[in-house]
Design a protein. Structure first.
Length: 83
């Protein structure tokens, strides 16, 4: 699970959910991310997260190995995020 402490490690100032979205969107080769949200505020938070500069490749490797499972297919990403 991603908590506030891990979210701050990923990118200070983001919520855990935003940190997870950013981690998925930052994975090398990912060109599209399909999101589901329960309301407009969550869409706004997700948009704010993907507008952030991408994480480094090293951080993505750490994240994918530790708390994000990602499958990429033809430029789309499918993920299970520990949030």
């Amino acid at each position: 699970m991603v908590d506030e402490e891990l979210a701050d490690l990923i990118r200070p100032g983001l919520t855990p959910a935003q940190a997870c979205v950013l981690a998925v969107a930052s994975c090398p080769g990912v060109t599209n991310v399909l999101l589901a949200a329960s309301g407009a505020p969550h869409w706004s938070q997700a948009a704010d997260a993907v507008a952030q500069p991408s994480l480094t490749a090293a951080m993505c490797r750490f994240g994918v190995g530790g708390w994000v499972s990602v499958t990429a297919y033809q430029g789309w990403v499918f993920s299970m995020v520990g949030c």
